[in-house]
Design a protein around this ligand. Sequence first.
Ligand code: FAD
Length: 557
Amino acid sequence: MVKPFSAIQRNTYLEEMENNELDLLVIGGGITGAGIALDASVRGLSTGLIEMQDFAAGTSSRSTKLVHGGLRYLKQFEIKLVAEVGKERAIVYENAPHVTSPEWMLLPIMKGGTFGKLSTSVGLKAYDKLAGVKRNERRNMLNKKATLEKAPLLRKEGLKGSGVYVEYKTDDARLTLEIMKEAVHRGTKATNYTKAETLLYKDGRVIGAKVKDLVTGKTFDIKAKRVVNAAGPWVDDLREIDGSKKGKFLYLTKGVHVVIDQSRLPLKHAVYFDTEDDGRMVFAIPRDGKTYVGTTDTYYDGRIASPRMTQEDLDYILKATNYVFPSLKLEEKDVESSWAGLRPLIHEEGKSASEISRKDETFISDSGLISIAGGKLTGYRKMAERIVDMVAKDLGVKGKCTTDKIVLSGGAVGGSNGLAAFQKEQVKAGMNLGLEKKEAEKLVKLYGSNVKRVYEIIETTGEEAKHFHMPKSLYASLVYGLEEEMTVSPLDFFNRRTGSLFFDIHWVKEWKEQVVNYLSYRLHWTREQREQYIEELEREMAYAMNPEEKVQEKTHA
Ligand SMILES: Cc1cc2nc3c(=O)[nH]c(=O)nc-3n(C[C@H](O)[C@H](O)[C@H](O)COP(=O)(O)OP(=O)(O)OC[C@H]3O[C@@H](n4cnc5c(N)ncnc54)[C@H](O)[C@@H]3O)c2cc1C
């Protein structure tokens, strides 16, 4: 049976898109584009999506990985934004509980800090109200003693107490993939490594795009009644091609996160703290035996595809972390991994990076190109609704957005209430297949209800895992990634499919050779391709583990 989202079938999907005019072509496979494709497919529009890198390889795998209302924006009186994305948290959680989990955040109140006791209490209460927070997740105010019981490593000097409240932690890349997979299962045709090189026009109206498959070098003309530019930080590049980059334009700011082992930064709860130097707010979030800390927020005008952590970014985060957790004395060698992402913000005269609004904006050009930029991961569904409402109305398609009720791929676990029982049962099922408990837990957490497919792969394959010198769990993950999540390269697998480049870099080092061998065999790489993919993985590992300057020094040495 031909799988609808297999790396082996990319050419077929592209030919199908070329041979049939679409209702909607979406350019960009980050969370914005994926959300639009899902909504459009659910409403019956024939939809295609092309992504020039891997899905989520732009900003959507490089965020703070929170489904949150953005408490910080209350300070800027962005009431509407906080209310909208705040309410969305519950929907994202219910529809994809396997990639979203509640996380108690502790907001320390320090003498001279951003928020005082009263403003924290009032601010968090307002947040609860605006975001319609569930009763058992509403804010709580703690005195100094109770705060230190929850976070004993916090700086005691100047600590007055804290506010605790709930946000949701996610895996941004996997959330994007689950939306993409759901869209594909509902009819979207989508391929990664396919670039819109130029737009196609008829009588001054945009009617599609000339796209290039960057794996095979083949080009395709994809025609569509409407074209949406959801290219994130590249939105202006396409507006430029369209000759419509006028008025407002993008302003890119870089945000860096670093990953530290829990043995060096042990936190029971996430902490959202002020930096000593510039009073910005930074998260420290526990996850899978690690804690990640970030972010920075600085103007960026380098290569959009490869923002990197510089020495200055690293020093800034370590200094801020050592200030709030002074006994730890963290050093550069404690940083295991890192990532850097670009916020596609809309330029606002006279405002600093942190002050610019995070709300999304839509631009419609004279040619009919619809561009959408800005926004948040959390608000992806509402952004999609606005765009698809517009397209559907234009095309005379009736029906409203219903994606609030659509369970995403992997999310069929009996809702958030059923998740724990589902996980328990499936871990048991995995162990019955001969997996170690830890291996089964990892698969269940990664794939949610799709773990059943991953288990089927284990059941139906004979000696292949052994032949490729891999444990069965890794083998099944890789086959599933290749055949049902369009994994094309080792980096796709280690970064966007499993998150291990950031949260388990030792695992990447242990298995990279076997993963390369298997993908090479299944995708019939030439020797040159194999070398390129290995080089790409090694390069990205080096940049994840070291500041940019050090990697460049080594490469030029
Ligand atoms: C440091 C940081 C922290 C953040 N933290 C959070 C958070 O915790 N919670 C939250 O809700 N939001 C957060 N955000 C915001 C959120 O990550 C972004 O709003 C969101 O990921 C943007 O998604 P997108 O799809 O618009 O862009 P992208 O994910 O960048 O997707 C655009 C895609 O378009 C593709 N593309 C571009 N040009 C072409 C072309 N010509 N042909 C084909 N494809 C093309 C690109 O390759 C890219 O993959 C954060 C952002 C940053 C930078």
